[in-house]
Design a protein around this ligand. Structure first.
Ligand SMILES: NC(=O)c1ccc[n+]([C@@H]2O[C@H](COP(=O)([O-])OP(=O)(O)OC[C@H]3O[C@@H](n4cnc5c(N)ncnc54)[C@H](O)[C@@H]3O)[C@@H](O)[C@H]2O)c1
Ligand SMILES: O=c1ccn([C@@H]2O[C@H](COP(=O)(O)OP(=O)(O)O[C@H]3O[C@H](CO)[C@@H](O)[C@H](O)[C@H]3O)[C@@H](O)[C@H]2O)c(=O)[nH]1
Length: 348
């Protein structure tokens, strides 16, 4: 049993990861500034696993707080999810993205090194492959053509991590490039709860299904794909969370820097996801076609073969599972976590 610090652990992917880690017998600590998370989400994790979550309300850029945390707890591994993730927003506020995503990672790495903790799993993204990429996308695909400050911030951290691992051979570093995480824990207790208007397909579909939005705007039906709509590699968030556990376990005792794509290896079009949602609901979902969204590409999906071979990890959940679990979460929590409530029993 290891002690794992999860930065950004109160967020969408983080809460699902906490469940997986606790159910695998690990002790978890969370560091989150709650800029995009509800404290009550951690109580929901406890409701699923029966185990408490110790959380630090802190910014990952706050070195004093990090020093305090590493002084109080013996941490074996860090899984670094904390960061900002809205591609469009990053275009208008690039410095905020560099500060949070790059600055936060540098502060974390320095304080980890000071504390003698040298095992890190880092959340990266398939958008580092940029626009001109051919699918299926393997880890060796070029990463030169990134199109947003968000993607650039992730790529910069990947490079910093490679330099850190090269400079000190004691580091064990795993970079995970996620494709499109969707869905929720099957209990419907935790799930994706975007602040304001969601940017991504699945949460928008869920909000239309539950009546919070009137219709889905499909961005373009003239792409060179099988039905003209954009194709992505949607991945169940529980499969993604399990990928982190496998990467963390695999690294133990194996220093160096490694990268794995986490995806299913299958693409689904916007219309296919819509039809699947309608099948789960048993009714139609209002939708309309509009112009392409600037910056979107037609199609990409992962080659997950490296993760399969090296980690023994493979996504097992289907698109039906993803949609059913997304709907279960939305139906049980029509307004997400509702109010960004304080935890009932704070452990800060
Ligand atoms: N969801 C996706 O589609 C996707 C795809 C690829 C990569 N990622 C990456 O995965 C990670 C987790 O994504 P998510 O979907 O769970 O997002 P999320 O916003 O739900 O979770 C991020 C968490 O980090 C916290 N946070 C942000 N800045 C912080 C800071 N400076 N200090 C401390 N905490 C901070 C937020 O409060 C939030 O709880 C992010 O790094 C994101 O870039 C997400
Ligand atoms: O209202 C909507 C929203 C999306 N789409 C389409 O649905 C597909 C998926 O879009 P979305 O869910 O926004 O995902 P991506 O644009 O692929 O980007 C997500 O997935 C990336 C990983 O691959 C992450 O890095 C990004 O942060 C995250 O926004 C695309 O074809 C979109 O054009 C619509 O048609 N209507």
């Amino acid at each position: 049993m290891a002690t794992v610090l999860v930065t950004g652990g109160a967020g969408y992917i983080g809460t699902h990861l906490l469940v997986v880690l606790q159910q695998a017998g690990h002790h978890v600590l969370v560091l989150d500034n709650f800029s995009n998370a509800a404290e009550v989400a951690l109580d929901r994790v406890t409701a699923i696993t029966g185990q408490p979550v110790t959380a630090w309300r802190a910014d990952v850029r706050d070195r004093r707080m990090l020093r305090d945390l590493f002084g109080k707890h013996t941490v074996d591994h860090v899984i670094h999810l904390a960061g900002l993730k809205a591609v469009g927003e990053s275009v208008t506020t690039p410095l905020t993205y560099i500060d949070n995503n790059v600055g936060g990672s540098v502060a974390l790495l320095e304080e980890m090194a000071r504390a003698g903790v040298r095992s890190l799993v880092f959340s990266s993204t398939a958008t580092v492959y940029g626009e001109a990429v051919a699918s299926p996308v393997g880890e060796c695909a070029p990463t030169g053509g990134v199109t947003s400050p968000y993607a650039r911030s992730k790529l910069m951290v990947e490079d910093v991590l490679a330099d850190v691992a090269a400079a000190d051979p004691r580091w064990q570093i795993a970079v995970l490039r996620y494709f499109n995480p969707v869905g929720a824990h099957p209990s419907g207790c935790i799930g994706e709860d975007p602040l304001g208007t969601p940017n991504n397909l699945m949460p928008i579909l869920s909000q239309v299904a539950v009546g919070r939005r009137s219709s889905l705007a499909i961005y373009g039906n003239d792409y060179p794909t099988r039905d003209g709509t954009g194709v992505r590699d949607y991945l169940h968030v529980m499969d993604l969370a399990e990928g982190h556990l496998r990467a963390m376990e695999h690294m133990t005792g194996r220093p160096g820097w490694r990268v794995w794509n986490l995806g299913t290896g299958r693409g689904a079009s916007v219309l296919e996801v819509l039809r699947e949602y309608e099948a789960v609901l048993g009714r139609s979902i209002p939708h309309r076609f509009v112009a392409r969204r600037p910056g979107d590409i037609a199609e990409y999906y992962a080659d997950p073969g490296k993760a399969q071979r090296e980690l023994g990890w493979q996504a097992t959940r289907t698109l039906t599972d993803m949609v059913r679990d997304a709907w279960q979460w939305q139906a049980r929590n029509p307004h997400g976590y509702s109010t960004r409530q304080k935890r009932l029993e704070a452990s800060f």
